[in-house]
Design a protein around this ligand. Structure first.
Ligand code: COI
Length: 355
């Protein structure tokens, strides 16, 4: 693919932040990757260009009917100063699944990967040299055609922006407090819960705000039909360790097929753990806790990495997990993933790519 590189003059480059005090997603680099789509030309005009505002028609279809999808992955700087990516093409494959579900054009994975590499080469000085910090990569696609008829748009913009980040949750790798909601639902069977589309996140905000007001970090969603089976947490998939069994909800169509979820399932199975992808109800979790069998709960996600859960609050009852402390398995998974992502240990399954 032809990619034009339009570099920002050195005198106009932004000051890079201190890698030790990064939050999540508030700072953006100097450049972005952009390309456009229309029905006749397909994807075209690929470029690495200055990070700057877009200009849209007020009738751009994304603003009205929500054809917007995105991905999240990270670039890591190893102690050897090399830049590593974790399963980048898997994120792009998942973006194509989201595109198909939202009636948006799919991407040529190799072309987009080439665009991502070109962007990262331009911005490599932005990858923080601090353990736990990384350069978050946000590929995004939106419908830009102006029109008020409800149908798939004929014009789209695809872009990749970069943001140096630290931990997603203020707690870092410390256990979070989770609110289990049976008042709101995130997704319904047959809906778009398994697509990484903007509307799913918009729909989650009210429940998250209510939970935060009561001192909780995140919401755990139950299934929309029975309001009983566990689905996922706002920004991550979830795992329970009951006795010796590790349980995570199956990819039923209403939860996001997490890349970190898939990675930890493979790692744990390689370690000989019994991992079940099966429906698990909130009652089963509370019952296991009351019998002293709920050993660990943790979430997985690109932004969150591995996030131990210290307690769950449901119907006015709290179940404490492992006395509110990080469990052994969560710690082992966190360390194993970080060791691969920062290039200290080799990764299985070809998971790591170099810039
Ligand atoms: C990610 O983990 O990359 C996500 O997309 C979660 C995000 C909404 C913060």
């Amino acid at each position: 693919m032809d990619i034009t590189i339009e570099k920002v003059p050195g005198t106009e480059l932004k000051t890079k932040p201190d890698g030790n005090s990064l939050g999540f997603g508030a700072i953006f680099t100097d450049h972005m990757f952009v390309m456009e789509y229309d029905k006749d030309q397909g994807w075209h005009h690929a470029r690495v260009t200055k990070y700057s505002n877009f200009s849209f028609d007020p009738a751009a279809m994304v603003l009205h009917y929500g054809q917007a999808i995105f991905e999240g992955l990270k670039a890591y700087r190893g102690h050897d100063n090399q830049i590593y990516l974790f399963r980048p093409k898997d994120n792009l494959e998942r973006m194509n699944l989201s595109a198909t579900r939202m009636c948006m054009p799919t991407l040529n994975i190799d072309d987009v990967y080439e665009g991502l590499q070109a962007l990262l080469k331009t911005e490599q000085d932005w990858v923080p040299a601090v353990e736990g910090a990384s350069l978050y990569i946000r590929p995004t696609m939106i419908a830009t055609e102006a029109g008020l008829g409800v149908r798939p748009a004929n014009r789209y913009l695809f872009y990749i922006i970069l943001s140096p980040v630290g931990a997603y949750y203020p707690e870092g790798f410390n256990p979070v407090k989770i609110f289990v909601t049976d008042k709101y639902v995130r997704a319904v069977p047959g809906g778009v819960g398994n697509a990484k589309t903007a509307g799913n996140y918009a729909a989650s905000i009210m429940a998250a705000l209510e939970a935060q007001k009561q001192g909780f970090t995140q919401v755990l969603w139950l299934d929309a039909v029975h309001r009983k089976y566990i689905e996922e947490v706002g920004t991550m998939n979830i795992f329970f360790v009951i006795g010796d069994e590790v349980i995570t909800p199956p990819l039923s169509g209403s939860i996001l097929p997490g890349i970190t979820r898939d990675s930890v399932i493979k790692l744990m199975r390689d370690w000989g753990c019994a991992v079940s992808e099966r429906p698990i109800s909130i009652d089963e979790v509370f019952e296991a806790s009351s019998k002293g069998m709920l050993n660990e709960v943790f979430g997985t996600g690109t932004a969150a990495v591995i996030s131990p859960v210290g307690s769950l609050f449901y119907k006015e009852q709290t179940c404490s997990v492992n006395n509110g402390k990080t469990g052994k398995l969560a710690r082992r998974l966190f360390e194993e993933l970080q060791n691969m992502q920062y290039g200290r240990n080799p990764a299985p399954y070809g998971w790591i790519s170099h810039l």
